[in-house]
Design a protein around this ligand. Structure first.
Ligand SMILES: [Zn+2]
Ligand SMILES: [Zn+2]
Length: 137
């Protein structure tokens, strides 16, 4: 098991900053259609961080509640000025933050270990042969 690393991150405009203890084994690339729409791209790349290891250090994130098809409520934390998403977290305890890896200063150290919702993956996107794909979650 790898040790968690201290990281820091920020939104695009710099108003919101955070620190997190990050386990490099817990990085997930999600290709679900919600992640495509909300990122404006092909996926979100998240690292799963327990609530106790995630700390906002400046700014106040806006929150948007997304209700999944399953009915589960997820809170999306984002910068109200520049719109950058910093995390998504389930509304119910225990809370595990899906921190958006591209907002980390150390993003290059955290490549995805698995791809989920492969069945929603854009057909034009070349496969990433080194990263296993699960059809669903
Ligand atoms: Zn911002
Ligand atoms: Zn997703």
């Amino acid at each position: 098991m790898m040790e968690s690393l201290k990281t820091n991150g920020a939104c695009s405009c710099g108003e919101n900053t955070y620190e997190a203890e990050v386990d490099p084994d817990k990085v997930v690339m999600c290709n679900c259609s919600d992640c495509q729409t909300s990122s404006g791209g092909t996926c979100h790349v998240n690292v799963l961080v327990p609530e106790s290891d995630f700390h906002v250090t400046s700014g106040t994130l806006k929150e948007y509640i997304k209700i999944a098809e399953s009915g589960a409520r997820r809170i999306i934390g984002f910068c109200g000025t520049c719109g950058t998403q910093i995390f998504a977290v389930g509304a119910e305890a225990p809370r595990v933050y899906g921190v958006r890896v591209p907002t980390l200063a150390q993003r290059e150290q955290f490549p995805p270990k698995v791809q989920i919702w492969g069945r929603s993956r854009p057909k034009w996107l070349p496969p990433l042969d080194d990263i296993p794909v699960k059809e669903q979650q």
